[in-house]
Write a protein that binds this ligand. Structure first.
Ligand code: SAM
Length: 352
């Protein structure tokens, strides 16, 4: 039974139905899981090739006016030190990303009103003048005018997870917004021509396997360029601090199924997964993923961008990470992607 379902997922995973996805997410038999990983790896090789793309992640502000119940930088958490990098600090970090041979900078922050539309636009323009970097923004829900301004200034991509496709669960954990708002922002990003990344958390309290299967179907229907899945990791100074963490095995199943369902999408191994599993990067790349986001945030800020505790590689320099990741990628027989590694969906890339 599971053999036939995995074969269908490999041949035409974009046609899997809800019940079939739930059955696949419920697999526990080791032999069947190995088959699932191998199917995802074959589809990864066929659809996106052997490159593993590096994206330099710069967490440039941890100010946030939101109260997401799982997030360590939520407004109410007084136990962290708040910071906001200056434009010059950001440009210096971008130079390090370029010097490391990485083709993309990911500018991520909390929802920080100090970074107005104009300030972000000016930063994007300066980055574009000084560097040949693709610019990915991850600044949360912003207005259509701001998204347009930043696109015109040169921003290429935007990451905005929908977190969960269950609107009741979304409302429970995000007092400041609704799932409909997130989905509307995602639609606006697409209409403005951004490459769009989204994704979900695994293991939110109350989340069911059915919810996760629906997350995969939503990801498919949104026709995304990137899809990220990370386990929820409780932060002690948040309302969900006492809840159990998300399962790494379920996260791997979501990565593998995201590959089988969404085919030529970019899929990162998330820092949260690597934090819970020391071999998480290699396993993720061999179970469907093709991206990793080394941390380019300089100390002491990177320690202060505390979404959860004990983040993997928190004290390593970008130069060290670049070398370490290159070695890990080579050891599994893959290669570091050269250039910016844009949307494969838009390029219609296939190795067939
Ligand atoms: N403010 C932007 C936004 O909302 O998209 C970007 C910053 S937000 C901190 C980036 C991501 O961190 C979220 O999409 C969420 O999935 C993840 N995150 C936050 N807290 C987490 C936790 N405790 N465990 C795992 N992931 C977490």
């Amino acid at each position: 039974m599971s053999k036939a379902l995995i074969a269908k997922a490999e041949a035409q995973g974009n046609h899997l139905e809800l019940g079939e996805l739930i059955s696949l997410l419920n697999l526990t038999d080791q032999e069947a899981l190995d088959e699932l990983w191998q199917a995802a790896d074959r589809v990864r090789a066929k659809e996106v090739g052997e490159d593993v793309w590096l994206r330099g992640l710069l967490e440039f502000s941890n100010f946030c006016h939101c109260q997401c119940e799982y997030c360590g930088i939520r407004a109410d958490n007084r136990s962290i030190t708040r910071y906001r990098m200056t434009e010059d600090e950001i440009l210096a970090a971008a130079r390090e990303i370029s010097a490391a041979g990485i083709g993309t900078i990911v500018l991520q922050s909390g929802e920080d009103a100090w970074w107005t539309g104009d300030r972000v636009a000016r930063l994007i323009s300066r980055l574009k003048i000084e560097h040949d970097l693709a610019i990915t923004l991850s600044l949360g829900d912003r207005t259509k005018d701001e998204l347009l301004l930043w696109r015109s200034a040169g921003a290429d991509r935007y990451l905005l997870r929908f977190e969960t496709s269950n609107s009741a669960l979304y409302a429970k954990f995000h007092p400041d917004s609704t799932l409909a708002t997130r989905l509307n922002t995602l639609a606006e990003l697409k209409s403005l021509g951004y490459d769009v990344g989204s994704g979900c958390l695994v293991g939110l309290p109350g989340q069911t396997t059915r919810d996760l299967a629906l997350d995969l179907l939503l990801g498919r229907d949104l026709e995304l360029d990137m899809f990220g899945v990370g386990p929820f990791i409780p932060h002690p100074d948040t309302p969900l601090g006492g809840c159990p963490q998300g399962s790494t095995e379920m996260t791997y199943k979501m990565v593998a199924l995201a590959r089988l369902v969404m085919r030529n999408v970019h899929i990162p191994v998330t820092t949260a997964l690597a934090t819970l599993d020391a071999d998480g990067r290699e396993k993720g790349w061999q179970r469907g993923a093709n991206v990793v986001m080394p941390n380019a945030t300089p100390p002491p800020y990177r320690q202060q961008y505390e979404l959860y505790k004990n983040k993997r590689c928190i004290d390593d320099t970008l130069k060290h990470c670049r070398g370490c990741l290159g070695g890990r990628i080579a050891r599994i027989g893959r290669q570091v992607g050269q250039g910016q590694g844009g949307s494969l969906r838009k390029a219609g890339r296939t190795n067939e």
